[in-house]
Ligand binder design. Sequence first.
Ligand code: PMP
Length: 340
Amino acid sequence: MNSIEKMVRPNILTLQAYSSAREEFTGSEGIFLDANENPFGELNRYPDPLQKELKQRLSVIKGVPPQNIFTGNGSDEAIDLCFRIFCEPGKDKALTFTPTYGMYEVSATINNTQLIKVPLNNDFQIDKNKALLALEDESIKLVFICSPNNPTGNCLDAAEFIIQNFKSIVVVDEAYADFCSTTLVNKLQEYPNLIVLQTLSKAWGLAAARVGIAYASPFIISLFNKIKPPYNISKLNYTAVIKALENTDNYESQKKLLIEERQKLSEALSQIPIVKKVYPSQANFLLVEVNDANSVYQNLIQQGIIIRNRNKEVKNCIRISIGTPQENKALLTALQNISV
Ligand code: PMP
């Protein structure tokens, strides 16, 4: 057994995956009487369980071989699969750095796995000593690092340090990596314990299609494929995504606009009296400290603007997604109307 195999739950390692008879058939035309489908219609056939064409396209865009790519029903699916592969319910633990994306805790709880939360320091960075101390606990099988981090917006500089110093699996969630210039997708060869998550929900503008990506070693990808539901991406979504991925001009221009708007909005927010601080962001949202986050949140709702109240995680902070130029203007006007 190699060292990564030892980290996998034994029942997952020995699991026989669900298989479809069509996997053995390589032709494109045939008489398909194997899957109890209705023979009539346009959406009557199950989609490709391994999403080969999509992986091929992502491979070209990202410069990562298809065998290092898993695609799923949003990256939320991949987060859940990580727990199911590596954490024995009621026994193993996972760790993350807080404040961070809420689904790590939700998925941990669903999978009956204790999530250890190590607070980020005042600059929202990982305290390396604190991290190493916490990681001495041998029952920790999974570490989640969100970079750029949601809701703080900054990249976590110590991500690679943690991968190098932790023998078990490190998941780096790069849902917002398109908006900054750092990514670890090109480090998979170097780090067999690394899983990088990305998504088409943010910069690619495909949140409704629910497609997320995990990049990892072919062995880890084979585990994802083994335990996922057989047809985890619908044909309708698949077709829409393949088409959208062709339009890289659209992706590039929207990304550029959102990054410009992020800068403009950040500067304009800093001029508003109730705003105490706008944190620097490498994502498509801003973390903003106000005098009273609860009342600003409620007041904006009354004005028809919905943001995120992050007061519980970061005192008196709200998180604002970057909208269209018009939406951002409307937000600024609404905030000018608030006096508390
Ligand atoms: N990771 C992070 C850090 C996120 O903020 C989100 C979405 N809010 C996700 C993952 C989930 O993305 P998806 O739409 O791909 O499930």
